[in-house]
Design a binder for this molecule. Sequence first.
Ligand code: GDP
Length: 293
Amino acid sequence: MFESLSQRLEQVFQQLRRRGKLSEQDVDAAMREVRLALLEADVHFSVVKDFISRVRERAVGAEVSKALNPAQQVIKIVHEELIKTLGEPARLNLSGPKPRVIMMVGLQGSGKTTAAAKLASLLRSQGERVELVAADPYRPAAIKQLQTLGERIGVPVYTESGVKPPELVSRAFEKAQKSGVSVLIVDTAGRSQLDNALMDELKAITRRVTPNEILLVVDAMIGQEALHVAEGFRDTVTLTGLMLTKMDGDARGGAAISIRAVTGVPLKFLGTGEAIDAIEVYDPGRLASRILG
Ligand code: GDP
């Protein structure tokens, strides 16, 4: 997915590698290319600006180390600053009394239902007793989809027809409490766009049960639109984390770089394919290396 960005940076760095010593003009020329590469990768303008100024400041004033040539030093700085932009790795908060509730929110088609099943499978492999809740009574197909996924991974799916989501989640919680479930993953309804009814419903659910985590699932392929979606949800519910899906597609990657910096919500997981095990715990170092190649 980051091919064009890493190739572009690679070219810049190739040019830098050929020079013995870096002048301020060299750094500026390199930064121009890095800036273009990031903008072309659909990274948010304000993030690019901040990133470039941090790298430039460090690169121009950097002491020349014996181990690295000046170009390697710039690459090292770019790598380090990219990791900073990508944010700290953030773990799931699974503390407190059982069942802990993880609410999955997001727009329709973002990969939310798939993400709920992926997470269920991952947590179960870590020894948790997991149950899924299909809290989307408006779309029978969505319930069926979660049930099919649940069967495939051997995780029970709670649902009830004709019950509104807040009540449904509350009942699922009580049942899970009695039966010793340790993690309840709630697949909430998606909509094709942000609307008040969806937001009111999400708020109503959080008044009935207090989630440990509210994870927003966002499709990385929608580029900078992902930032608007994240801001919309963040303004309604207390998002505790993000899962960016379809990172295996040919998205330009900008969303992954910008979303943390712009929204302040930490990335926790990446979806890297349609298969149930195509989920990665977010690791900024790994992502930065992938971006830079
Ligand atoms: P929902 O409407 O948000 O619940 O979305 P779904 O979970 O139904 O996913 C929508 C489509 O995206 C399905 O065809 C999924 O197989 C696909 N999908 C979900 N996550 C990923 C991913 O990480 N990579 C790819 N390539 N496809 C994904």
